[in-house]
Design a protein around this ligand. Structure first.
Ligand code: FAD
Length: 301
């Protein structure tokens, strides 16, 4: 059945057909998705998932697209984006509850306004709460697993959602059980501690300043391209392999931080993928260390 016909009358939220994924990813590259679906509730989300699964339509879930590379041929089927429509933050006592589509910066700001400490490290990570939880986003010694009490997770096989305490989320270095199993985080609960508002603000400002100094924030990227290999730093290995500034088409190993591949202007996803392979080969030849992408790659060539 034609996708438009299948989705047309389904109550699954806003739909954009033939959606340019470059608009929804921080790399600003990639082809089009057959349909970009933006549910506003768990009900709409489960309808979208079950509709896709029952009709054999491929689907995937994204948040803010800040750790995502979409290949140039785009994505067949449905891309489900949990973003603006999936919003809402509640603060009760020392607990911040945020829906998956909220930005991590919004959750961090809510904590700041309520004098709660613990989430400062996440203020400059440009992901959504759902994507951040799936990736167990972290920075400056913190990671979401350390401040998370639990999350609501949708089982994509049944479309039902339940609250799972943090131990059951199995969050590891840039991974989680939901990411591995393809289940969907719809809400996260962060357990914080009372703190001094001006100290919280000062720490957030300091971390943001350090980001601006060290990271190529003026260019589109997906943050660190590769995971930190055990016992090493990806950026240092890439720099030692003399790859700083090396380009393929419009993709470049950042001069400012070798751990970032940037879209220096007009890059295609193919350029970025070729540059990633070149970096992996040269670093391996030099050091014997295999760099594993942190960036998630979807779509077809
Ligand atoms: C300039 C810059 C700096 C960055 N700095 C950091 C940093 O310091 N630390 C860090 O950890 N990361 C960093 N990142 C990477 C990125 O911001 C994080 O990985 C973030 O958590 C991704 O969230 P997202 O909503 O953008 O997810 P997306 O990129 O949309 O998706 C990432 C993955 O999560 C899955 N996913 C998304 N939403 C959900 C959901 N609700 N349920 C289940 N799975 C889901 C997707 O399927 C995909 O596999 C940086 C990126 C940029 C561009």
């Amino acid at each position: 059945m034609e996708l438009k016909h299948l989705l047309g009358s389904a109550l699954i939220g806003d739909i954009i057909y033939d959606a340019p994924m470059s608009k929804y990813t921080s790399f600003r590259t990639g082809g089009r998705a057959d349909a970009l679906v933006m549910p506003k509730s768990e009900k709409e989300l489960s309808r979208a998932i079950l509709l896709a699964r029952e009709n054999g339509v491929p689907y995937c879930v994204i948040g803010n697209g800040s750790n995502l590379l979409v290949r140039d041929g785009g994505v067949r089927g449905i891309v489900i984006r949990l973003a603006e429509g999936f919003s809402g933050i509640q603060v009760e006592g020392n607990t911040v509850t945020a829906r998956a589509g909220e930005l991590l910066s919004s959750a961090t700001n809510a904590a700041l306004h309520n004098g709660l400490t613990g989430l400062e490290f996440a203020g400059g990570i440009p992901g959504s709460v759902g994507g951040g939880m799936a990736m167990n986003a972290g920075a400056y010694g913190g990671e979401l697993a350390n401040v998370c009490e639990g999350a609501r997770v949708m089982d994509v096989k049944t479309g039902s959602t339940e609250y799972i305490p943090v131990s059951g989320l199995e969050m590891g270095y840039r991974t989680s059980r939901a990411l591995r199993e393809g289940n969907i985080i719809t809400e996260a609960v962060f357990s914080l501690a009372p703190g001094d508002r001006s100290a919280i603000k000062a720490l957030m400002d300091d971390l943001n300043r350090r980001r601006r100094e060290k990271q190529p924030l003026a260019f589109p990227s997906a943050g660190s391209t590769f995971k930190r290999p055990e016992g090493h730093f990806a950026g240092a290995l890439i720099e030692q392999a003399n790859l700083k500034g090396v380009s393929v088409g419009g993709a470049q190993v950042s001069q400012k931080h070798a751990g970032f591949i940037i879209n220096a202007g007009g890059a295609s996803s193919k350029d970025i993928l070729e540059l990633m392979r070149l970096v992996q080969t040269r670093v391996y030849d030099m050091s014997g260390v295999t760099l594993e992408p942190e960036v998630r790659i979807i779509g077809e060539d």
